[in-house]
Design a protein. Sequence first.
Length: 228
Amino acid sequence: MDKSVRNGKWRLNWGTMVEYREYDASYEEEVLKVFTSAFFKYPLFYTVFQGVVKGEKNINELYELLIKGIFKATIRKDECYIGFLNGRVASIVIIERPTSKPIGFWDYAVSGFPKVLFKLGIIKIMKYLTIADDTEIVVKRIKEPRWHLYFLAVDPAHQHEGIGSDAIQNFLIPLVKKNGGKLLTVTTNAKKNVKFYLDNGFSLVEEEKLSYYGNTIGNWTFRMDLND
């Protein structure tokens, strides 16, 4: 892979530099802090505990365990890049290649999920893993080789500064194109993200409603066909 794409610096509109590097475990604590705060109360993750776990404190504690486990399980199979702004972690991009192997139960098992399992029970955890898989059903129907944006996280302290758009336009798209990719997909469960992806050149493929123990979760699937 071209190092200028993998480890490149990208100038934002106002002149700030964001540098993307491959994930390094030495930054794990800072990365997890940004990742968990960026996805705070994200519907797919947070809804799991509503009506199942009592008390805001207990919900937040389990949420943090869940989101950290999801991150660790995902990077076992998919590529992770860290965006640095003024020497600090500002954004995280996790992408699945067409050749990536699916994330399985074992990946979660060795990534902190037993703690969540102990708190929630096997039935509720398996139900969660099922609904998590359901969010990708539309994407998996696509027959063309695709690169899938699994997660795009921006530090809340730097949201609405253009870092997310910059990550897509000036890091992710060039990365995919450099590797011969023609199709980029992404899903989101937060309605507020729909406009963001449309503004960044994605087309809406399908909008769905998923259910978890009586709670409804929106699910939007997007694709971007890349030109040479």
